[in-house]
Design a protein around this ligand. Structure first.
Ligand code: AHG
Ligand code: MN
Ligand code: MN
Length: 340
């Protein structure tokens, strides 16, 4: 007989508990997280039935990154823009799919948050029913002017207030941190609620998985080739090489490595000297999660979280996952002065 559930906690209840730790809180931040949760449920519903409705395939357009926009990219982007822009807590929204940030009109005291997101990550996988995701980061407005400016948007990951991701996989999971532990919630579609399933996620200090697109190895620097070779073959004190796992959806690769222990790498290549991944909507929010779970993220020279973006769509090389492994990679690459 099915057991009567005990101690179930919805994501909303969890967020309210967090809010209660800040007695003066206005509720704006909790409201914003709730709006993101709502957007995630809508996108999850659409992803789940993607093969049945006319939402697979490309729109025929290219985004600011020069990548083909999938219909679900476009849909997820609009859902986020609509769900987050209505209730006055947000002053700037930045999306991977939108060339310019969206500045919302604010009056002093309202619109205190900046949200940057990758509405659908791994979208080239959608048509094959492979896991995709959403990534978001939330910063606090720095200026107290009624009209926000670029300085409010271009903040390093270190100053994030919260970040998270949603992975639309065999189940839909919402993982977030607001600086007090990393927590994971699984969507129960029958009641439409995200329920706490992974409290206080701690990633293994070192891992046995490496995730990289090895098709680019001829375009990597000699140092990156050497690092990946050592990860595969085993390094001194760590005999036995790692196993390769690469989905091609950053969220899904990161999520698996977070739980099992491992490192995701997207190094610079000759045609992408800064790598492919975007600092503000991909690398920094995941780096914030990684560090709060005991892991680490580097661009090969230093912490991802310390990089001040020079624009919404700035790209960075990314090495992220188990702390010991990423620190080892960073040490190897920075010693070699690796920058293509
Ligand atoms: P997006 O779908 O948001 O453009 O991101 C795709 C990213 C990331 O999810 C993935 O890890 C990486 O691109 C895969 O790139 P390669 O095909 O070059 O390996
Ligand atoms: Mn992405
Ligand atoms: Mn995307």
């Amino acid at each position: 007989m099915t057991q009567v559930p005990r101690n179930l906690q919805t994501i909303e209840a969890h967020m309210l508990e967090l809010q209660s730790l800040h007695p003066g809180a206005s509720g704006d931040f909790t409201g914003l997280l709730n709006d993101i949760t709502f957007a995630a449920k809508i996108i999850s519903r659409e992803v789940t039935k993607a093969g049945l409705v006319d939402i697979l395939g490309a729109t025929g357009e290219e985004n600011v990154q020069g990548e083909a926009v999938q219909k679900l990219d476009d849909y997820a982007n609009k859902v986020f823009l609509n769900c987050l822009g209505k209730r006055g807590q947000v002053c700037i929204m930045g999306s991977e799919e939108t060339a310019e940030p969206v500045y919302l009109p604010v009056s002093q005291g309202s619109g205190r948050y900046i949200v940057v997101f990758d509405p659908l990550d791994g979208s080239s996988n959608i048509d094959a029913n492979v896991s995709v995701g959403t990534i978001f980061g939330i910063w606090r407005r720095r200026s107290d002017r009624a009209h926000v400016c670029a300085e409010d948007l271009l903040q390093p990951g270190r100053d994030l207030v919260a970040s998270g991701y949603i992975v639309y996989g065999s189940s839909t999971m919402f993982v977030y941190t607001a600086g007090k532990g990393v927590h994971g919630f699984t969507l129960d579609p029958s009641i439409g609620e995200f329920l706490l399933s992974h409290e206080n996620i701690a990633t293994p200090f070192s891992g046995h998985l490496y995730s990289v697109n090895e098709a680019y190895q001829n375009d990597w620097s000699a140092e990156v080739r050497e690092v990946v070779g050592i990860l595969k073959g085993g390094r001194p004190g760590r005999p036995g090489g790692m196993s390769g796992r690469y989905i091609g959806s950053l969220v899904a690769d990161f999520h698996r490595n977070l739980l099992y222990g491992g490192t995701y790498l997207y190094p610079p290549t000759t045609d992408k000297p800064a790598g492919k991944l975007r600092l503000m909507c991909e690398a920094a929010p995941l780096a914030f999660i990684a560090e709060h779970a005991g892991g680490y993220a580097s661009d090969g020279a230093g912490p991802i979280l310390d990089i001040v973006p020079d624009g919404l769509h700035m790209r960075v090389p990314l090495y992220i996952g188990s702390r010991e492994d990423v620190l080892w990679i960073e040490k190897k690459l920075s010693a070699a002065g690796d920058k293509l």
